[in-house]
Design a binder for this molecule. Sequence first.
Ligand code: F6P
Length: 326
Amino acid sequence: MAEIKCIGILTSGGDAPGMNAAIRAVTRAGIFSGFAVKGIYRGYRGLITDEIVDFKTQNVSNIIQMGGTILKTARCKEFTTPEGRQLAYDVLKREGIDALVVIGGDGSLTGARIFANEFNFPIVGLPGTIDNDLYGTDKTIGYDTALNTIMQCVDKIRDTATSHERLFFIEVMGRDAGFLALNGAIASGAEAAIIPEISTEVDQLAELIKNGFRKSKNSSIVLVAESPITGGAMGLAERVKNEFPQYDVRVTILGHLQRGGSPTAVDRILASRMGAAAIDALLEDQRNVMIGIANDEIVYVPFSKAIKNEKPINRDLLNTLRRLSI
Ligand code: F6P
């Protein structure tokens, strides 16, 4: 295989807390191992338009604690076309970049996989998404911080829910996955989580009402994963208004605040380990793999596995939530 001298880093798709810690780790571990490192701004868009700068260790000073991404990010339509990817490849050649580290979620790693195969170009992916929906890794960068943010928000909403004795549907992000909703519900002591993974098996709202969700309390908090499959918090509130008008329902959609904020220690450590592991992977001639973490060990997950397989929800967690919300 051609020798790698220069590595480009980019962040792509939705930002996630800990992306900066990952950029720092890739840059520093790369320079430590003798590579030149270049930062590519605005994801694949900046790759096509050549928004690239040399990165030294100082470029990543004082960023480990920052949310967002200093490299900016974008969702790039052009990169989904063969013409766009050809332009990106031409820029990489011109810039002398021999390998890429792509930090992003499912869509970004799908793009990386297509590009890597098309041009036989070495790429290592880091799972950067609050959704935690990539197969082959127990955790993604940003998930823990988002979970903590959700927990803090729900703690606040609980005060008013209790005072008014209301039923609250709180919608959280997650794209098509219910990890944030389910674990957010456990962490905040919510009465239930409504998640897409089991929506086709059971009418979760009907179950909730049938089982007397209020139990010993007069207020209830239900975390709802955003998804057309769950109907979202608005959809469920509409149903309650029509089918169970005796309940005083309110909706809160947490939205993009879940993506911001300083990363937790868990995310900083995860991003640092994964960033350094991306350099190890390239040194070991690994290609087209995502760095994952399984049982606290770094693992290499082929892109084809990470993207194509649906990550299953842990059913024990659902059971725990049910048992603790009596
Ligand atoms: O994938 C991360 C994520 O925050 C999802 O949870 C959410 O569905 C989506 O991105 C929102 O994307 P945008 O920032 O483009 O509105």
